[in-house]
Design a protein around this ligand. Sequence first.
Ligand SMILES: Nc1nc2c(c(=O)[nH]1)N[C@H]1C(S)=C(S)[C@@H](COP(=O)(O)O)O[C@H]1N2
Ligand SMILES: [Mo]
Length: 223
Amino acid sequence: MSDDHDPEAPSTSKLIQAKQQWAREGRYLTGQVARPETERLPPGQHLVKNWPVLDLGVRPAVSRERWRLDVTGAAEKPQVWDWEGFMALPQSRLVSDIHCVTSWSRYDNQWQGVTTQDLLEAIRPRPEARFVLLYCNDGYTTNLSLDDFAAPGALLAHSWEGNPLTPEHGGPVRLIVPHLYFWKSAKWIRRIQFRLSDTPGYWEERGYHNRGDPWREERYSDD
Ligand SMILES: Nc1nc2c(c(=O)[nH]1)N[C@H]1C(S)=C(S)[C@@H](COP(=O)(O)O)O[C@H]1N2
Ligand SMILES: [Mo]
């Protein structure tokens, strides 16, 4: 996705320009490797108690009535869910930590929603599907391997701490992938595409690491 060619692409704000510059400079890199078994805070991170809002500055207002989730691509049963259909899927409650590449972490977030494993059971990706590309209502995209998408702890969340997810945090529904940096956790998720090949999303095209494991400090890519 390029700002020059996509008329729907969000405008490039100062913060976004700064984040692109940090990616070029390798800002926040410490070169340390932590062990999740013994250390809860990944290298180069600091704890916050609040929950910062970070996005491209476009906050789409999507009502639950008009909300839809399309699942497309290499799957046996591609589907479009509306709110009622989504809420009829198995519902789970999970607790996880947030690690943002801009160096803040927040512990013990309680999420409610549909685990990616339950979603995968409903749509059954074809054996050759290896990756997902996530499309959001604000024009944002991000890519994941199918293994990372399906990892334990990953869910499509509609609630946080027992309340509906607010619009600025991606409500009605966002993805949560707690074992990777938070830019992979797509807000206002609109479409999940199952793919045979990988393709970079918004930040991955702008210098962020393709995978983003906070324990290996995979903040930015080297090329
Ligand atoms: N649709 C969408 N999802 C997004 C983003 C975005 O700009 N648009 N930003 C990502 C980034 S860089 C971060 S750090 C987190 C921030 O989520 P929060 O605002 O709820 O803290 O959302 C991620 N998901
Ligand atoms: Mo971010």
